[in-house]
Design a protein around this ligand. Structure first.
Ligand code: NAD
Length: 378
């Protein structure tokens, strides 16, 4: 049986609470013999700062680099508002992204039928929605130089950010999107602003050439990023995989997130290059939400975003697609039965704690396993 090395960085606030539920899922899959999981744990964010004055230690960055997948909870909270800028809790996550070369951010937006009513859009627009936004994460205007505010000396200042992309950066994020599409609905929509930005012209050219050269069987379409924003709220089901740069991806993925309801439901993955020898990609999986200090320590947090992030690890780091499908089905089933954490409660639902939600998902997985044994016996 294959052994997978998981490095858990629970972080602060509700991070440890939701990570505890992922550990239950890991233990369950291990007990079924799906795979063996070797688990190490480290500190990140405020808890790491309290322990050793940095948002993550060098030793933990190395452990993260050596793992098959990093599971990341959340960092930050008012306790650390006053710490120096370079050791603030978020810098632990930024260092991991940089040192592990995590340039592709994957955010699925899936609407579970049981939660369609929680969306601000009409049920028919979002029910059954399953799209994936692939955002370039390490380049573009957030990192380009020069990046400065200049005093012009006449009472005016000038702020400069630089949007910059090289061919290789566009090609590698494009490959992630096309490879994903091949395993899903076989369609990629690339978003840029080629009508007003040179970086958009290059983005468009490189995507078009990559498609013709390496992925002619995948359908590619281009949309201007602003128009795509409109289409996302008009008829999101037209999309399968959307690929775009860091800035547009930041915004469009937040829009897509809200199509499906609560922050507590949204998983994500950040991937780096595949090792040419082993094919293994560096990978970090984390919920989209933060440390939610307002509800931390009260057993109220929704663990589904964190558990869904582990589902992405099963699929994208370990290739355990059947286990990932089962986990998604178990989540859908528990929601269909009316169990809800407080953030997604609705009329007629039963409000449960973080731990009860995790237990219910494990129980559902156990039931699936029992049913498949019965099926085989019959
Ligand atoms: P947040 O995501 O922590 O919380 C926003 C709101 O959503 C809160 O009302 C919270 O209670 C609710 N919420 C979030 N996750 C939930 C869950 N799983 N279940 C139920 N409700 C949930 O964002 P914020 O309040 O802007 O930030 C709080 C702290 O988290 C800050 O220190 C911020 O810097 C940090 N943060 C960290 C990350 C990260 O670790 N990747 C991301 C965003 C914010």
């Amino acid at each position: 049986m294959t052994t997978y090395k998981l490095f858990l960085l629970a972080g602060d606030g509700i991070g440890p609470e939701v990570m505890a539920e992922v550990e239950k899922i890991i233990r369950h899959f291990a007990s079924e013999g799906v795979a063996k999981f070797e688990i190490e744990k480290g500190l990140v964010g405020g808890s790491a700062y309290d322990a050793h004055g940095a948002a993550i230690s060098d030793a933990d960055v190395k452990r993260a680099a050596d793992a098959d997948a990093v599971m990341f909870g959340a960092v930050g909270g008012p306790k650390w508002d006053g710490v120096p800028y370079d050791v603030r809790p978020e810098s632990g996550l930024l260092r991991l992204r940089k040192d592990l070369g995590l340039y592709a951010n994957l955010r699925p937006a899936i609407c579970y039928p049981a939660l369609a009513a929680a969306s601000s859009l009409k049920r028919e627009v979002v029910e059954g929605l399953d799209i994936m936004i692939v955002r370039e994460l390490t380049g573009g205007v957030y990192f380009g130089e020069p990046k400065q505010i200049i005093d012009l000396g006449n009472g005016q200042k000038r702020a400069i950010d630089t949007q910059v992309y090289d061919t290789y950066e566009i090609e590698r994020i494009g490959r992630v999107a096309f490879d994903l599409a091949k395993r899903r609905g076989n369609k990629v929509t690339s978003a840029d602003k080629r009508n007003v930005m040179k970086s958009g012209v290059l983005w468009n050219e490189v995507m078009t050439a990559l498609h013709a050269r390496e992925y002619p069987d995948v359908k590619l379409e281009h949309q201007l990023a602003d128009a795509l924003g409109m289409q996302l709220v008009r008829w999101p089901k037209q999309f399968d995989v959307i690929v775009t740069d860091n800035l547009f991806g930041d915004m469009l993925s937040d829009v897509a997130a809200m199509l499906t309801g609560s922050l507590g439901m949204l998983p994500s993955a950040s991937l780096g290059d595949a090792d040419p020898k082993t094919g293994k990609r560096r990978a970090l999986y984390e919920p989209v939400h933060g440390s939610a200090p307002d509800i931390a320590g009260r057993g109220m947090a929704n663990p589904i975003a964190m558990i869904g992030s582990f589902g992405m690890a099963l699929r994208y780091s370990f290739g355990l697609n059947q286990a990932a499908d089962r986990l998604e089905k178990a989540i859908a089933e528990v929601l269909a039965e009316g169990l809800r954490t407080a953030d997604i409660k609705s009329e007629g639902s039963r409000v449960v704690s973080t731990a009860e939600m995790g237990d219910a998902i494990v129980a559902e997985l156990a039931q699936q396993a029992a049913e498949s044994v019965t099926d085989e016996e019959n």
